[in-house]
Design a protein around this ligand. Structure first.
Ligand code: HEC
Length: 458
C-alpha cells in the first residue's frame, strides 16, 4: 500500500529527530548553569529558545516514532512506555520554555529541579528507545561483571536444562518448541497482537496460520512459512523475529526437526525420530541424553542383604556395589581354585549380579549352568578359560547380556548360533578362539546392534 509505505518512510526519520531535543536542551541547561555562576541580571534569551526548539523537535520525533511503531516490528509491550513517555515530553518541554522565559519569577531551586527532571526523563526515554532497536542487553552486554550486577542485567537464558530426565517424558512441542516461540515470537503473535494475522500462542491458532496461508506444513519444514521466515537472510524485511531475539542455530534446527517429524503437539521425544545431528543439538542445548541407557541404570531393585554379600566374599569373590542409587553387584574371581560349590553361593544374588568376571579362572563348562538364570547380568567375562561351546549353551537365557568376553577360549562356530540369539548383546570378543574369523565377522554384518571383535588367527 502506498500510504503505508510513505508512513514507513517517515518513520525511518525517527532516529534522526530524537537527537535534536537532546542537543537543544542540553545546550540550554549548560548555558543556564554557566550564567548562574556569573550571576547576570537577565538570563540569555537563547536558553528559553533552546527549550522551545526541543519541544518542536520532540513533536517531530513523536510523529515519526508513531509511524515507526505502527510497522509492527517492535514488541507492543516494550513500545508502550517509550511511546507515551515521548508524547508526555512535548508539554514538559513547553512548560520549560515558559519557566525559562519568566526566569526571575521562580526560585532557583525550581529552575534547577526542572532541569534535573528533564535529564532523568530523557535518559529513561532514550534508554527505552535504545532497547527497542538494540535489544535489552545492548547497554550492559559488555559491562564489567560487578557493574552488571548493580544494573540488574541478566544474561538471556532461554532454554531449560532437563538432564537425567527420561526422553519419553519430554514433549517436543510443550517443552522444546513453545518456549522458543514464547521467548522470541509471541510478543507480536498472540491473542492481543496478531501481527501478520498470526497467533502463535495456541496450537490451533498456530495451525490456522497467518493472513495469507498456513504457516506450518506438517512433515515439511522447507515449505513452511514459519521456517522460511526464520532462515531468511537477517537483513531481509521479512526475517523473523524482527527484534534482537534472533533464534540460535540450535533453536532453528529444533523447529525444523519438529515440523519435519509431523509438527505434533503431543509427541514426546521417544515418539519421534532423533537423527544423529539432532541428538547433539538436544544434548548441547538441553542437556538431554537420548542415547539408550544401559540396562543396569534402569533396574529397580532393593539392595542385597549385607550378610549375603559377606557370604559371597568368604568364598573368595571380590564384590563391589555399583553405586548408591544402583544396588547391583560387580563380582570378580581370580585364581584357579574356583569350584562348583563356590559358584553356587552366587545363587543368592542372582538378581543383583550385573557384572561377572571369571577371567583366567579354572571355570568349567558345566558350572555355567549356575549362572544361566542371572536375570540382570549385563557383562560376562570368561576370557582366558577353557570354556567351549558346551558352556556357551548355558548363556541362552541371559536376556540382558550386553557384553560377552570369550577372548582366548575354546569356543567355536557352534556358539555363534547362541550368540546371535542373545537379544541385548552389543559386544562380543572372539579373538583367539576356534571361531572362523569370516564367520564371526558375518555375525557383525547380520546384526547392526552387535559388534564382533575378532582378528584372524596368528
Ligand atoms: C516485534 C514483532 C514481531 C516478532 C517478535 C515476531 N514477528 Fe512475525 N511478524 C511480525 C509482523 C509485523 C508481521 C507481518 C509483516 C510480515 O509479514 O512480515 C509478521 C509476520 C509473520 C509471519 C507471516 C504470517 C503471514 O501469514 O503473513 C510469520 C510466519 C511470522 N511472522 C513468524 C514469526 C516467528 C516464527 C517469530 C519468532 C521467531 C516471529 N514471527 C516474531 C512481527 C513480529
Amino acid at each position: 500500500m502506498i500510504v503505508l509505505e510513505f508512513t514507513t518512510f517517515l518513520g525511518r526519520f525517527h532516529p534522526l529527530f530524537v537527537h535534536l531535543p537532546i542537543g537543544f536542551v542540553f545546550l540550554a541547561i549548560l548555558l543556564e548553569w554557566w550564567q548562574s555562576f556569573k550571576k547576570p541580571k537577565k538570563i540569555n534569551p537563547l536558553i528559553s529558545i533552546g527549550w522551545f526548539l526541543s519541544g518542536l523537535s520532540t513533536i517531530m520525533a513523536v510523529l515519526c516514532g508513531w509511524y515507526l511503531g505502527e510497522t509492527g516490528l517492535y514488541e507492543e509491550e516494550e513500545l508502550f512506555l517509550h511511546r507515551w513517555l515521548g508524547i508526555v515530553l512535548v508539554p514538559i518541554f513547553f512548560v520549560g520554555w515558559w519557566l525559562k522565559k519568566h526566569y526571575s519569577s521562580f526560585p532557583k531551586i525550581v529552575q534547577h529541579g526542572f532541569n534535573i527532571l528533564i535529564i532523568v526523563l530523557l535518559s529513561i526515554e532514550g534508554h527505552k528507545g535504545g532497547n527497542l532497536t538494540h535489544g535489552e542487553t545492548y547497554l550492559t552486554e559488555f559491562a564489567p561483571e560487578p557493574l552488571k550486577n548493580i544494573l540488574g542485567a541478566k544474561d538471556q537464558k532461554v532454554t531449560k536444562q532437563f538432564q537425567s530426565i527420561n526422553p519419553d517424558s519430554i514433549k517436543v512441542y510443550d517443552d522444546l518448541i513453545y518456549p522458543i516461540f514464547e521467548n522470541s515470537c509471541i510478543a507480536c503473535h498472540s491473542d492481543e497482537v496478531k501481527r501478520g494475522g498470526l497467533n502463535m500462542a495456541h496450537a490451533d491458532s498456530l495451525m490456522f496460520g497467518g493472513s495469507n496461508a498456513p504457516v506450518v506444513i506438517k512433515g515439511n519444514a522447507a515449505d513452511s512459512e514459519i521456517f522460511r521466515r526464520i532462515t531468511l537472510p537477517q537483513k531481509s524485511t521479512k526475517f523473523m523475529p524482527p527484534t534482537k531475539k534472533v533464534l540460535t542455530y540450535d533453536q532453528i534446527k529444533t523447529i525444523e526437526w519438529w515440523i519435519d517429524q509431523g509438527a505434533s503437539f503431543n509427541a514426546t521425544i521417544a515418539d519421534v525420530e532423533v537423527s544423529k545431528s539432532m541428538k547433539s543439538v538436544l544434548l548441547r542445548q538441553y542437556g538431554l541424553n537420548t542415547e539408550p541407557r544401559p540396562w543396569y541404570e534402569k533396574v529397580r531393585i532393593l539392595p542385597l542383604d549385607s550378610t549375603k554379600i559377606s557370604a559371597i566374599r568368604q568364598q573368595g569373590f571380590r564384590v563391589n556395589i555399583l553405586g548408591e542409587e544402583i544396588p547391583l553387584l560387580d563380582i570378580q574371581y581370580t585364581g584357579s581354585d574356583l569350584t562348583l560349590e563356590k559358584i553356587k553361593t552366587l545363587e543368592v544374588a542372582k538378581n543383583h549380579i550385573t557384572w561377572l568376571a571369571l577371567s583366567g579362572t579354572n571355570v568349567k563348562n558345566e558350572w555355567l549352568s549356575g549362572i544361566s538364570n542371572f536375570s540382570n547380568l549385563t557383562r560376562l567375562e570368561l576370557d582366558h578359560t577353557v570354556i567351549a561351546d558346551e558352556g556357551v549353551v548355558y548363556l541362552k537365557g541371559l536376556k540382558h547380556l550386553e557384553v560377552l568376553n570369550l577372548y582366548a577360549t575354546e569356543v567355536g562356530n557352534a556358539s555363534l548360533i547362541i550368540i546371535k540369539e542373545l537379544p541385548e548383546l552389543k559386544r562380543v570378543y572372539l579373538s583367539k578362539t576356534r571361531v572362523v574369523p569370516e564367520d564371526g565377522m558375518n555375525l557383525d554384518n547380520d546384526n547392526s546392534k552387535l559388534s564382533v571383535i575378532i582378528t584372524a588367527k596368528d
